[in-house]
Design a protein. Structure first.
Ligand SMILES: Cc1cc2nc3c(=O)[nH]c(=O)nc-3n(C[C@H](O)[C@H](O)[C@H](O)COP(=O)(O)OP(=O)(O)OC[C@H]3O[C@@H](n4cnc5c(N)ncnc54)[C@H](O)[C@@H]3O)c2cc1C
Ligand SMILES: Cc1cc2nc3c(=O)[nH]c(=O)nc-3n(C[C@H](O)[C@H](O)[C@H](O)COP(=O)(O)OP(=O)(O)OC[C@H]3O[C@@H](n4cnc5c(N)ncnc54)[C@H](O)[C@@H]3O)c2cc1C
Ligand SMILES: Cc1cc2nc3c(=O)[nH]c(=O)nc-3n(C[C@H](O)[C@H](O)[C@H](O)COP(=O)(O)O)c2cc1C
Ligand SMILES: Cc1cc2nc3c(=O)[nH]c(=O)nc-3n(C[C@H](O)[C@H](O)[C@H](O)COP(=O)(O)O)c2cc1C
Ligand code: FES
Ligand code: FES
Lengths: 321, 263, 321, 263
């Protein structure tokens, strides 16, 4: 067999001069192969769905937010589209932690980190849930203290820095895995909440959850969602998410994970420059289909290549002075 | 945009004591097997297959089994309902000598497919299975369309005495059907799949649906296969790879319900 | 001359059976000929501009927010478009109340109400400004306590119910004209603020001002607006505005004026059904041009006619249970 | 979308000690008289007329008078600037025997209009007015394009000794110009309007601009006429209805500045 010449392996100059950009990003002990994470509540209620999203190229997966007991969520309509985004009022449907751990067990050997999202009404509930998640091998837990439409859960526990601090501290004391805190933009000052979480030893801030919105049908003259109000996601909210990430990352030293309206590789880059170390993608799974992760990853690769950026991580916070 | 558009009930026709057909104006083009999300304002929004297709008028046919279907049952001409969709893939209908097997309200969504087959000058053989004579519907409609309609009842009150799948098994032995299309209880469809051999096989699945646009994951089966967006019609090849098929579904909370326990 | 026959005046049956719907709406002592009001900050810094908006069909005009002293605002870029809305960081440019009263004097005989928008840093400033406005014959004053990007002014005074209450009370004690309070959606609970304003005898709540957002340019890796963050307006924010109006109107008994993303007659109707007695229109002046008021008014008329609604005011709050 | 798109400086050419032309890639079609909002990141965003038009390359020509123009002046090949636009209406250029009157940097935005006239095989007469010889630019460019170029300087250092408007007055007396196009100090343009009689008259106005998309009202004159969106080119008929013309403009705060006080 003839020896392989250098030019055979690297057929054109271009290839030799431009190695594939490095898309890795680091979140404390976790390294993601790319910065795109499946956001909580989208295609993540069972192992099969999460598996599909992994196959589609997500760098990590956040599970549906899980509580202690099964919860059917709100009656339909639970979702309605508006010209620039979706409103949803799922109402935190989930099978409860006990059932859900079976799903987690099926993902034990998943090739990307699985992040367990949990919601509860007090520090004890959050701690119990986190312990379950840890036992079933999630790589991190994400505290959903920001669902805009679930009574007693979600936002109601995440708007007060003191309560948030107590919950975060309880969980960080309970488990050894990283603890992420997902914040709501429906507050007067998201930075204070981020600081409260960071001071209570959260390992990352996730921003943002959905904005509280409503859509009314003119013909029947009533709000369309059964719950009347719902959480607003999709392209419309991107400028708000970018602003939150920018402000938070200026004031806390832990990583920030950006969420809200990300639909393209350019959107990811905008969040990274605003200070995010990774991003989550929700509504775009609808807008661009389940293969969205590989599309977005490709778009990021193309941009980095065109702009001669070798490492994605070099862009984190680039828009800060 | 995936938001309900309001239409009003055009006609309501009672098919059986518990089954009703509502027609309404909607110009959407539909592939047989697709479904709407039907909003009954103040009550619920539920998936409903299209049971009749003309250019401007569409219909749904449903059994009264709970709040939402009860509310639908009581609607009158002029009452407002909201439509999202049509959603889902619809039947591919590739076979030339098709056998349709309808269990219960499954006849509702198979009817437009059967009518389409007849319009294409192929002849459909249809097994209409019901618990009892009084539950049967669409027999006349399908006969008139030119289909060969065979009735089965679990109690023998009309037609073949037994399950639709039993009659199907018999028919498949003797005649050269090259395709099977079915909608009905999932265990029945699983049984039929076992009989299908090399034939074209398409079955319509029902799962609890919320978003119906492939986002929330509520309706997923197997490896993240979304019944709302990737289905509700699946071919035999796919169904064989889905362990959930005929075994369990999920309730609104995502908890598993085995079909043997299910109502 | 032959007597005019009935059929000459009403040539078809249709006309006879369907009189023009009544678009009037009432805000306390003011009656607007139609519910569309020009929002503050758009084509309203001088009498000529406001005159053009009146000619274009606005039912009332809110002036640019005016402070005690001239203020150049922020450096450019002060505006940037995003796919679903605009971000602006004008920074409250205005010629100061003294200069501005000359503009008001030119509008003394305006055929529609002129509402004077004012901003200040404390109750005294607001009261002084309101007194000037009243002396120069505005029909009402609107307190801008909600600009999301002006340090010491705007939102910073409008996030705290106590401060808001003090400001509102000071102004309502000072002037005899109606006092409107314009609220920010960038708060944890807009209803509490609305109640604080209502309790301090505000005559109407205006909701919403813009949401705080940011847009970053990838090529130069920095926020586009000179002020970095800006206020987000346009279609993207409509679901948030509708939700705020719905929630507020459920909890206060004074009229609510809806603002945020209104671009069509249907959008106006959605706000009215949510509980607004009138609406303000800003970004749509850009999206549809200065004639937007007559277009939207026509769309409302058409809808009311098609739906056999004789009086627009019958729809106010129709989406409430 | 009205957001800056980044391009890089292609060439920079110094026209006079204080005037420079920068070229850059931009494929936008442009009507002479239109302008860009030029973003100098970290400094400012300012309106700048287009001074050169080819299919893929455009240019701006500006005098260094403050922060932003100073920063622009110092840019080098490859430096990034942002563009919004083109904005505004551009010249209608209806006349057949046109007289162009440029005062100061007004020559920058008139040049593409003059070149267009020449390409249309009409002959433009151009008065280039400047304070002094060293401030003149584009004389050669316009002569080469075939225009008849007449120079005036306030100090008589070159060409006609006096104001551009004085020479215009003379020319209009003797020759049969049917159109006047002008850009320069507003009082000069107001004087020219007074001479215009029945001729086509178009003048380009400058006002402090913020949004440049017709929304904020910062640039309005008369009865809400937006210089950014309804202008910046106005015909004589309109200008006669605008009391502000030649009398005052507004600063960034919206306060009035009379042209007699203005720098
Ligand atoms: C794609 C699809 C097409 C369908 N087509 C028809 C049809 O043509 N005719 C017909 O009679 N039925 C059809 N169904 C079933 C129909 O949606 C349910 O019978 C209906 O939702 C019951 O609602 P309810 O409130 O009356 O009953 P409930 O008392 O609420 O529930 C009774 C049963 O209906 C199921 N159900 C309730 N809500 C939903 C939901 N959002 N999504 C799915 N299942 C739900 C429940 O799981 C339960 O098993 C279809 C279902 C799907 C998924
Ligand atoms: C439609 C239009 C086209 C123009 N075309 C040209 C051109 O081709 N060549 C040229 O040299 N100049 C042109 N100008 C003027 C140019 O925009 C100003 O000279 C420039 O903005 C000065 O900025 P600066 O920071 O260097 O000066 P500053 O020190 O900030 O100000 C100096 C002067 O420039 C004016 N100015 C500053 N910012 C703005 C603004 N955002 N909008 C309008 N005026 C402003 C100020 O009012 C002041 O009178 C044009 C202006 C307009 C409105
Ligand atoms: C249908 C749906 C369900 C969601 N469920 C959850 C949830 O259970 N827990 C949670 O933390 N966030 C939930 N979210 C919020 C998303 O995780 C995400 O924060 C938000 O949608 C903004 O991102 P996007 O614009 O990419 O969708 C949900 C969003 C949607 C659209
Ligand atoms: C360019 C611009 C300037 C504005 N200036 C003011 C202002 O001075 N005072 C104020 O109360 N609101 C101001 N606003 C907010 C608007 O009045 C309005 O509340 C907001 O834009 C939402 O409405 P819209 O979506 O119809 O634009 C401004 C908005 C824009 C776009
Ligand atoms: S119902 Fe939401 S994915 Fe199918
Ligand atoms: S600059 Fe804003 S309207 Fe002209």
């Amino acid at each position: 067999m003839a020896p392989i010449k250098h030019t055979d392996l690297y057929p054109t100059n271009q290839y030799r001069l431009r190695p594939m950009p490095d898309l890795k990003t680091i979140l404390g002990p976790l390294t993601l192969k790319n910065p795109t994470i499946l956001a909580s509540g989208i295609m993540d209620e069972d192992a099969g769905s999460m598996h599909r999203m992994i196959t589609s190229g997500a760098g990590a997966i956040v599970t549906k937010s899980i509580g202690l007991d099964p919860r059917p969520g709100y009656p339909n309509p639970t979702i309605v589209e508006t010209p620039c985004g979706l409103l949803n009022a799922m109402g935190l449907p989930n099978p409860g932690i006990t059932d859900f751990t079976h799903e987690l067990d099926l993902l034990r050997n998943a090739p990307v980190p699985i992040i367990g999202s949990i919601y509860g009404k007090d520090p004890e509930e959050f701690s119990t849930l986190a312990r379950h998640m840890e036992r079933h091998h999630v790589a991190a837990v994400e505290l959903n203290v920001s669902c805009p439409h679930a009574k007693h859960y979600g936002m109601e526990v995440g708007m007060d820095p003191q309560i948030l601090s107590n919950i975060t501290a309880a969980v960080t004391h309970t488990v050894h895995i990283p603890v992420y805190v997902k914040l709501s933009p429906n507050v007067t000052d998201i930075v204070i909440l981020a600081q409260a979480a960071a001071d209570a030893h959260a390992d990352a801030i996730v921003a943002i959850n959905t904005l509280k919105g409503m859509s009314i049908d003119l013909d029947v003259r009533r709000p369309i969602l059964a719950n009347r109000t719902g959480g607003y996601s999709g392209p419309a909210i991107k400028p708000i998410g970018v602003r939150c990430v920018y402000d938070i990352s200026q004031h806390v030293s832990i990583p920030v994970i950006g969420v809200g309206g990300i639909t393209t590789g350019a959107d990811v880059l905008e969040y990274l420059m605003a200070g995010a170390s990774a991003v989550q993608i929700g509504t775009a799974v609808y807008l661009r289909g389940p293969t969205v992760f590989s599309h977005i990853t490709q778009e990021i690769t193309d941009w980095l290549t065109t702009h001669h950026v070798a490492r994605l991580s070099d862009l984190i916070g680039a828009a800060h002075p | 945009m995936n938001a309900p558009r309001i239409t009003t009930v055009h006609t309501g026709k009672q098919e059986t004591p518990t089954v009703k057909t509502l027609t309404f104006k909607d110009p959407s083009p539909i592939v047989p097997g697709q479904f709407y999300m039907i909003w009954i304002p103040g009550v619920d929004e539920i998936p409903m297959s299209v049971s009749y297709i003309s250019e401007s008028i569409k219909a749904i046919t449903f059994r009264r089994i709970g709040d939402a279907t009860e509310a639908l049952f009581n609607l009158r001409k002029g009452d407002a309902i909201g439509l999202r969709g049509p959603y889902g893939n619809g039947f591919a209908l590739k076979g030339r000598r098709p056998l349709f097997i309808a269990g219960g309200t499954g006849a509702a969504m198979l009817a437009p497919a059967i009518e389409l087959i007849q319009r294409k000058k192929r002849t459909a053989t249809v097994i209409l299975g019901a618990k009892t004579k009084g539950d049967l519907f669409f027999e006349r409609r399908l006969s008139r369309a030119g289909a060969r309609v065979l009735v089965t009842t679990d109690d023998g009150s009309k037609g073949y005495h037994g399950f639709a799948s039993d009659l199907a098994k018999d028919l498949l032995k003797n005649a050269s059907y090259d395709a099977m299309y079915t909608c009905g209880p999932e265990p029945m469809m699983k049984t039929l799949l076992a009989f299908s051999g090399q034939r074209v096989f398409e079955a319509s699945l029902e799962r609890y649906m919320k978003c119906a646009i492939g986002l929330c994951g509520q309706c997923c089966i197997g490896e993240g296969v979304r019944v709302c967006a990737d289905g509700p019609i699946f071919n035999g090849k796919t169904l064989k790879t889905i362990p959930d098929f005929g075994r369990f579904k999920r309730d609104a909370s995502g908890g598993k319900i085995s079909f043997s326990q299910a109502p």
